[in-house]
Write a protein that binds this ligand. Structure first.
Ligand code: 5GP
Length: 181
């Protein structure tokens, strides 16, 4: 029980794995982040993210309403709303945070008991093809994300555990085990 951080490079499949985990174990509280980026087609406010303006994000930071936050890919800010995490833990529900590396580092400082999982791609080529396959980014956005991904891959050793995301089922199985479910 407690907080499980799932981090890893862009497009490794964090979102898919965490959604599948939640589907299999509805008692797991998956944090919904606030972000200043625009919704992608199909994304629902309050479900995938809380889509907020820069001003609203400033306010969340000023109010100490975020457990951690980061500027991701040099473009938009993302953060974990604090209160839902506190509430879920109070109700004895495990909490999963799907966040970037900078956020994972902050949580390592503020919540040293949190388990830190690095979700890794089976290979660099596989990561590139997953990013291209998503097809929602421009070439420039993609080049930026790949640069970030290279740096992110190098941070694997900071984490307690590496889970290689070869299949969603396999990754979920390992997260379930780590959560003690
Ligand atoms: P995307 O824009 O593809 O949904 O997410 C981009 C990146 O932002 C992903 O690496 C994701 O893990 C990260 N991210 C999403 N929510 C948060 C958050 O609340 N905090 C931090 N630090 N990173 C986040």
């Amino acid at each position: 029980m407690g907080v499980l951080v799932v981090s890893g490079p862009t497009a490794v499949g964090k979102g898919t794995v965490v959604s599948a985990l939640r589907a299999a174990h509805p008692e797991v509280a998956v944090s919904v982040s606030a972000t200043t980026r625009a919704p992608r087609p199909g994304e629902v406010n309050g479900q995938h993210y809380f889509f907020v303006t820069d001003e609203q994000f400033d306010q969340l930071v000023a109010d100490d309403g975020l457990l951690e936050w980061a500027l991701v890919h040099g473009t938009h800010r993302y953060g974990t709303p604090r209160q839902p995490v506190v509430d879920a833990l109070a109700r004895q529900h495990p909490v999963v945070l799907e966040i970037d590396l900078q956020g994972a580092r902050q949580v390592r400082e503020t919540m040293p008991d949190a388990q830190q999982v690095f979700l890794a791609p089976p290979s660099w080529d596989e990561l590139v093809s997953r990013l291209r396959g998503r097809g929602t980014e421009t070439e420039e956005q993609m080049a930026r994300r790949l640069r970030t991904a290279r740096q992110e891959l190098a941070a694997q050793s900071e984490f307690d555990v590496t889970v290689v995301n070869d299949t969603v089922e396999h990754s979920v199985e390992q997260l379930v085990h780590l959560l003690g479910l």
